[in-house]
Design a protein around this ligand. Structure first.
Ligand code: SF4
Length: 329
């Protein structure tokens, strides 16, 4: 399978991998260096190859080099969930005889077989690439070392269960809700709070305010799987429409997701009644499938007008149920 899209898209292909493993003797994956850690622990996956399309393998030369490497493995079939011409070219240049992708893409002329993108959720659409009615559940797998590292960091920060995890980042600027810092400080008056993400997502750059409960800003301190291990332990995950949202859903942690330029109806939101979405009813929403770097209207009201109180009430409702379930034997 070749999937070199955003991290969240790679996470959503986990059920497709499961399904492919039931049909083929061996499943290898080509993905980005950033997504490799999320795929290499998947029990259905044999080997993971990285394609650094924005770095060392950028451009036509990089593509040809990567294709040459893949060609040596003599694959029979390539599944192409990412509707990208570059991925399709990679499979074609690697001389993989059967190339299966979706029919609604500019790359379809490079496929030997096309499928309809049908289904309410992205997972339902993706699994259609492989024959059969099954839709395996969304899951990702962590190593024990990831959980141990997460525990060490949490202990060092004085965090005990239960706690809320927040992930203030998102790959696209318009999908980032701007008030996570205020939310974290408000929440820390009633429960411990942990922030995870990239260094650029840090909530507190210099001094951190005093709070009643511990508030640990671990952004930039953990690998992606260690961050996932923190998310797995949390009572509730508060996120944007982002990779951490899919991680939380895949690990069984109730999600409170803030949606701005995108919308849960587009099919990328977690499925299940335990998950909550906070969003405004604006005529310009959704303006994009995956969010962009600038609001096309310039005001970014879909996120800026969503108050801390709006998100807080959803978190409190989710917490009440999560903590009650924890107490129930
Ligand atoms: S156009 Fe509307 S939905 Fe899109 S980013 Fe701007 S405010 Fe948000």
């Amino acid at each position: 399978m070749i999937q070199t899209a955003w991290l969240g898209d790679v996470i959503l292909t986990s059920p497709l991998l499961q399904k492919a493993a039931a049909v083929h003797d061996r499943v290898d994956v080509v993905t980005t260096p950033a997504a490799k850690p999320l795929v290499e622990t998947h029990p259905a996956v044999d080997r993971v190859f990285t394609f650094d399309k924005r770095g060392t393998q950028k451009g036509a030369r990089g593509l040809i080099r990567a294709a040459r490497q893949l060609r040596l493995n003599g694959y029979d079939t390539a599944y192409l969930p990412h509707r990208s011409v570059r991925s399709a070219l990679l499979a074609w240049l690697a001389r993989i005889p059967e190339r299966i992708g979706f029919g609604d893409t500019a790359a379809r002329w490079l496929y030997t077989e096309t499928k309809q993108r049908e289904g309410a959720s992205e997972i339902e659409r993706l699994v259609r690439l492989v024959p059969g009615p099954d839709t395996p559940p969304l899951r990702i797998w962590l190593a024990e070392a990831d959980r141990l590292a997460a525990t060490r960091e949490l202990e060092a920060a004085g965090i005990e269960d239960p706690f809320v995890v927040i992930a203030p980042g998102s790959a696209r600027a318009t999908k980032r809700w701007p008030y996570f810092r205020e939310l974290a400080m408000t929440l820390a008056s009633r429960i411990a709070v942990v922030a995870v993400g990239e260094t650029s997502d840090r909530l507190f750059h210099r001094t951190q305010p005093r709070t009643t409960f511990p508030l640990a800003d671990l952004c930039g301190r953990l690998t992606i799987r260690e961050s996932a291990a923190v998310i797995e332990r949390a009572a509730v995950a508060v996120v944007n429409d982002s990779a951490p949202m899919h991680l939380a859903a895949a690990l069984g942690t109730p999600v409170v997701a803030v949606f701005g330029p995108t919308h849960p109806c587009l099919g990328f939101a977690p499925q299940g009644e335990e998950h909550r979405f906070v969003q405004l009813d604006l005529p310009c929403r959704p303006c994009s499938l995956h969010g962009g770097d600038r609001c096309p209207l310039g005001h970014h009201r879909c996120m800026r007008d969503l108050s801390v109180e709006d998100v807080l009430s959803a978190v409190e409702a989710a917490l009440e149920i999560a903590l009650q379930e924890e107490r129930t034997p």
